[in-house]
Design a protein. Structure first.
Length: 114
């Protein structure tokens, strides 16, 4: 499975996923876009979005324990950086998608390839 995001030359379309006031610091929000689940985190007032998918076994990741900017897969303990989707520990060796995020007029928007 290809987990890469589009190159800089490809177009990104931003999709509104919720109100920033509905995602307090330390919380997460799960959204479904185009049959894919994305988990959005508020860490210290900064918003990050990654695929809710562990690259080790395609299991859900978003319910895992969050420590700093690292989320741990609840199934087998692989860790990922929510800022860029980098796999940080075994058994995962493949990065996961991380999506650009912006807040416009109080609305959280996630950038998706078109």
């Amino acid at each position: 499975m290809d987990y890469s995001l589009p190159s800089d030359s490809e177009k990104i379309e931003y999709v509104t996923v919720g109100d920033v006031d509905d995602l307090p610091n330390g919380e997460r929000l799960f959204v479904e876009i185009n049959d894919e689940t994305i988990v959005v985190f508020n860490i210290g007032g900064k918003i990050f979005a990654i695929a809710d998918l562990c690259s080790h076994d395609n299991g859900p990741l978003g319910d895992g324990e969050l420590e700093g900017f690292e989320v741990t897969c609840p199934r087998h303990g692989a860790r990922f950086d929510v800022r860029d989707g980098k796999a940080l520990s075994f058994p995962a060796v493949v990065d996961i998608p991380a999506y650009p995020v912006r807040v416009v007029n109080g609305q959280i928007e996630i950038g998706l390839p078109t």
